[in-house]
Design a protein around this ligand. Sequence first.
Ligand code: ZN
Length: 318
Amino acid sequence: MKKAFIRKIISNQYTIVDLDTREEFIAQARGKLRYMKLDQDDVFNKQLTRKTKKDTKIIQISPKIGDKVYYALDHDQIFIEEICPRDNELERPDVANVDQVLLVFSAIRPDFSFYLLDKFLVILEQEGLKPMIVISKIDLIDEIPLKSIQKDMLYYEKIGYQVYYVNSKQKIGFDVLENVFKHKITVLAGQTGVGKSTLLNALMPHLGIKTQEISDALGRGKHTTRHSELYEFNGGFIADTPGFSKIEFTIFYKDMLKEYYPDFIKLSAACKFQNQCLHIHEPKCAVKSAVENQEILQSRYDNYLQFIQEIENQKIKY
Ligand code: ZN
């Protein structure tokens, strides 16, 4: 059987791209894909919670854009026979095998928030996705507040995140940004109103992508045909619908949070309690010392404490 990946889905019709020849075909999915028997260790089982994992023997698996699949010709029809295990998958948008996420924040309208930045970074680190940070609407903010954001963003660059500043209207910053898409499946993420769709449209003006902001406002609750698509751009693919407009932690234990802070992890070997240290009240904590010495951004640590609080409050509800 030949291997392809799914580039586009409209209802039950799949546009697949052969991985060797890059030829596109329209394919149908075999019925059996929809209900697959799973055992405990099945890769498709990993996203289920512990509870459902035990109970579930048969699960419905819908092919997603980005899925690598095996296909075959049968009576002049091309059928997707099998979905390959996924490296990762997102729900909204429905994309599998995402290589990178562009995390978009506006410098203003809505105001830039380090709280939201840290929260998004935790969630994406948890998904195993390395985000790049794009700060949009730099034309709408005054120089002094922009400088202040840029100064604190240097910390994020220092700990390994790439940061881009763009103005989608004048395409400022695009020359550098356009190079990050090659050979990658990219999804844009960020809260509503930060200019994700404007950015998408500025990158790919010929596509006339309906903005998520608009369809959110008009189409909420409306029954629409399932349509998701990856658009070829600069040698890679970008998902047409931005993701993660609402963000919630799926962390239920406060000691898990620190695992998603690459900057804390580096230091924790020097904490007295090493991996056991929550970096809150413990003595001889290298993370706390680094905050005091301004080697860790104060707001980043404050947000960490805030998230710990949120996780604890969440637990009380159950
Ligand atoms: Zn510590």
